[in-house]
Ligand binder design. Structure first.
Ligand SMILES: Cc1cc2nc3c(=O)[nH]c(=O)nc-3n(C[C@H](O)[C@H](O)[C@H](O)COP(=O)(O)OP(=O)(O)OC[C@H]3O[C@@H](n4cnc5c(N)ncnc54)[C@H](O)[C@@H]3O)c2cc1C
Length: 290
């Protein structure tokens, strides 16, 4: 089912993002966690595509498994790093032959350590706008999502140009957007308000990542440049040597963040699960009973 059809009937959706497991043990672990998460009946799940196309075959295998064996509405992420138009068309057609109708199309980042930044291949794509326009033209009957950055994409000059680029991306054929994760809900709601003024009318689903370990703090902030509310940061810093306390602080924060997002009108939540289930299940169950 296309996500646009789901959006027509569901005011709010809950969805989970997975990455392809590295090895057999990680695959077993993911299988168990997917089992737990399935009970929450997600509207859809999505599978990431490793930087530089490094996980292509594992992404496609997991997508095929979730869509065709487990029977979930599945979104395949795809990036154009390392892909020219010919390869992109072959890859998207291969996913389409699996029955996939939902794609999250991203420019992607070069592999870690690469000094040049993003450089498109000859006959490749300069940005996600070009990739999305290409997919819209060549892949029939599909639903396309794109990434959005409430705290501005790191390569953008400023918030205004980033938003103008986002408008071009949506006009090129995006049906929905999922945001980079953030910790301050005001950033999301301000961003949505600015996007609406810019004429971006599609669903903008907030991405939420539960922070449950102290060492995730630096990693997450580095990845997203997300502002961390000072009171939350203080709590984390003053309990950094106590993993149980960090878990509880992170969960308490994530539950409040999700509850406020939903109460203030967000159209659901996309959980960055990190292939785990405990935190997402606990947040979800708490939200449902309150
Ligand atoms: C929800 C979500 C899921 C993600 N999943 C993955 C994944 O599976 N695999 C992965 O490798 N990465 C993933 N990423 C990370 C993403 O690949 C990086 O953030 C990347 O740097 C930008 O990708 P994009 O599609 O947002 O790029 P773009 O939309 O192309 O934006 C990149 C830069 O180009 C600019 N730009 C965009 N369009 C134009 C235009 N028409 N003209 C001029 N400039 C333009 C933007 O302002 C921005 O500065 C994900 C990000 C998000 C938010």
């Amino acid at each position: 089912m296309k996500l646009t059809d789901i959006f027509n009937i569901a005011e709010k959706t809950f969805s989970f993002e997975f990455f392809p497991p590295r090895d057999q043990i990680a695959a077993l672990d993911l299988g168990i966690n997917i089992g737990h998460l399935l009970r929450l009946r997600p509207a859809f799940v999505s599978v990431t595509y490793g930087a530089g196309g490094s996980t292509q075959s594992r992404t496609f295998e997991l997508v095929d498994y979730l869509k065709n064996k487990v029977g979930l509405n599945t979104v395949a992420h795809y990036t154009c790093v390392g892909s020219d138009r010919k390869k992109t068309l072959e890859d998207l057609q291969a996913l389409r032959r699996m029955g996939l109708q939902n794609f999250m199309l991203l420019r992607g980042d070069p592999k870690a350590g690469s000094e040049q930044g993003y450089v498109p291949l000859k006959d490749g794509f300069a940005n996600a706008t070009e990739l999305i326009a290409f997919a819209r033209k060549h892949i029939k009957n599909c639903c396309i999502g794109g990434g959005a950055y409430p705290e501005v994409h790191p390569e953008s000059l400023n918030a205004e140009t980033d938003l103008q680029h986002l408008k071009m991306k949506v006009d090129a054929g995006c049906d929905f957007l999922i945001t980079q994760f953030f910790f301050d809900n005001r950033r999301y709601f301000d961003f949505v308000a600015r996007a609406r003024k810019e004429g971006i009318l599609c669903r903008i689903i907030p991405g939420v990542i539960p922070l449950t370990k102290y060492d995730q703090l630096e990693r997450f902030v580095k990845l997203s440049r997300a502002a961390v509310p000072p009171a939350f940061l203080d709590q984390l810093e003053s309990n950094k040597d106590n993993p149980d306390a960090i878990y509880n602080i992170g969960m308490d924060f994530a539950i409040r963040q999700c509850r406020d997002l939903l109460m203030l009108g967000a159209p659901g939540i996309h959980f960055y699960t990190l292939n785990k289930s405990r935190a997402t299940v606990e947040i979800y169950q708490t939200l449902m009973v309150r």
